[in-house]
Design a protein around this ligand. Structure first.
Ligand SMILES: [Mn+2]
Length: 198
């Protein structure tokens, strides 16, 4: 009997209150409300294309700006993802995914390594805002996720023009890469590391 691969993280500070629940073996059922419309749209992509069941509820200090709300949600999401992976027995571990969105392309490579590392590139000269979403937050979201999920993550957008497309293809490719890397490999009976631990 395998344990359910679920994570639940509550994170409360003076700036935000976040609750994230994730089931890695879900069907892409998503219920997200952060108060930042475009970010909700991105988390929706993450759940649907990752085939995770994902619930995110954040109440943040949006009267200041959306920074804390976005960052703290990503920290909690990373922590919940790590919790859901458990000891990583039987997982695929490494994966990559390329996803185009019209004129933009994202390439994401991940190692569920236990070590946080982010490499991120995207085109210069992006529009600064998408609705209430500051486009410089994409890297901050990835940094925050990586720090808590403890994964090595490489995200590249070699080309793209529309800011909405550039950001959205990154979340879609991230979803796919996380899904493939976290899937159970039927031939993998142990923890996929020569160290014996991840
Ligand atoms: Mn910050």
């Amino acid at each position: 009997m395998t344990l359910a691969r679920v994570g639940r993280v509550e994170r409360t500070t003076k700036e935000t209150s976040v609750l994230v629940e994730i089931n890695l073996d879900g069907t892409g059922k998503v219920d997200v409300a952060t108060g930042v419309g475009f970010y909700d749209h991105m988390l929706d992509q993450l759940g649907r294309h990752g085939l995770f069941d994902l619930s995110v509820k954040t109440e943040g200090d949006l009267h200041i700006d959306s920074h804390h709300t976005i960052e703290d949600t990503s920290l909690a999401l990373g922590a919940a993802f790590k919790q859901a992976l458990g000891d990583k027995r039987g997982i695929v571990r490494f994966a990559d995914a390329s996803v185009p969105l019209d004129e933009s392309l994202a390439r994401v490579t991940v190692d569920l390594s236990g070590r946080p590392y982010l490499v991120h590139t995207e085109p210069d000269g992006m529009a600064p805002m998408i609705g209430e979403y500051d486009t410089t937050m994409t890297r901050h979201i990835l940094e925050s996720f990586v720090a808590q999920a403890q994964v090595a993550l490489h995200v590249h957008v070699p080309y793209g023009r529309n800011a909405h497309h550039i950001v959205e293809c990154q979340f879609k490719a991230l979803a796919r890469a996380l899904r493939y890397a976290s899937e159970i490999d039927p031939r993998q009976t142990g923890i996929p590391s020569t160290k014996g631990a991840l």
